[in-house]
Design a protein around this ligand. Structure first.
Ligand SMILES: NC(=O)c1ccc[n+]([C@@H]2O[C@H](COP(=O)([O-])OP(=O)(O)OC[C@H]3O[C@@H](n4cnc5c(N)ncnc54)[C@H](O)[C@@H]3O)[C@@H](O)[C@H]2O)c1
Length: 249
């Protein structure tokens, strides 16, 4: 599948799933806006794409800050003149002075909860609002939101993350239901578990539940029972972003 002439905006494109996705789209011909709060990593992804003949820009934005979501969409339009694929993928918890990692509900710091909602849900909603009029005008587009297996199952000590990722699932359904008539698609990316920055906290979670038997016990108590450790983080399959005309029929 090729995306020549299309433009993709990938949030959290400096690392992990987002980085792999940005590179995959660029390899298939899309021009890519790599958005990340970490300017250095966004720049590295951009440089990797350009080194293999692709076209990319790096946009530094803290999507938890009001206004920066609209600004990333506006910058993409200013540079590339269109926007066909939005991948809402960025996530990062913001540890407070008191708390880091896994926390039971009764001890959950308000600032941690607020940040999770801002980056995990509000920023996703704002990005959708920013691109829908653009895609309507263009006659279609695809919005991919990264949720998680954690949006389908609950786990001890990660209530904010579980709640946010569950919310992303219905937000994506809303996109599909509300804008199918405009030729738009809403798609979910539901990663299981890759041994990567965010999931490095698994060991903490096991200890909190008192289930840490040592060894590889986390491989069997994870709801999906999928061992993604041996998989490289491969990002979104570009096949998710089929041509929206397939969808209209
Ligand atoms: N890695 C996994 O196994 C896994 C499993 C389930 C879901 N996910 C989801 O996949 C997505 C990507 O995760 P990942 O594992 O690649 O993580 P990652 O930490 O490697 O990448 C996340 C990126 O988001 C950026 N980011 C964080 N806060 C931001 C902000 N406020 N504004 C802009 N950018 C910000 C980070 O700088 C980072 O580059 C997340 O939504 C995560 O919840 C990952």
């Amino acid at each position: 599948m090729r995306f020549d002439g299309k433009v993709a905006l990938i949030s959290g494109g400096g690392s992990g799933v987002g980085r792999a996705t940005a590179i995959a789209f660029a390899q298939r011909g899309a021009k890519v806006a790599v958005v990340d709060v970490n300017g250095e990593s966004a720049g590295k992804t951009m440089a990797e794409i350009e080194a293999t003949g692709g076209t990319a820009i790096a946009i530094v934005a803290d999507l938890a800050v009001a206004g920066e979501v609209d600004a990333m969409a506006a910058r993409t339009m200013n540079v590339f003149g269109r926007l066909d694929i939005l991948h809402n993928n960025a996530y990062g918890s913001r540890p407070t002075a008191q708390q880091s990692g896994v926390t039971l509900l009764a001890e959950l710091d308000q600032a941690r909860w607020d940040h999770a909602i801002k980056i995990g849900l509000t920023a996703v909603m704002q990005a959708i609002k920013a691109v829908v009029p653009i895609m309507q005008k263009q006659g279609g587009g695809t919005i991919v939101n990264t949720s998680s297996i954690a949006g389908l199952f609950a786990d001890a000590g990660t209530a904010a993350y579980n709640t946010v990722k569950a919310g992303v699932i219905n937000l994506t359904r809303a996109v599909a239901l509300e804008y199918a008539r405009d030729g738009m698609r809403g798609e979910l990316c539901l990663p299981g578990r890759d041994r990567h920055a965010i999931v490095a906290k698994c060991a903490d979670r096991r200890r909190l539940r008192g289930s840490d038997q040592g060894g590889d016990s986390d491989e069997t108590d994870w709801p999906s029972r999928r061992d993604c450790q041996r998989r490289a983080v491969s990002g979104v399959r570009p096949g998710l972003v089929r041509d929206w005309r397939d969808h209209r029929g």
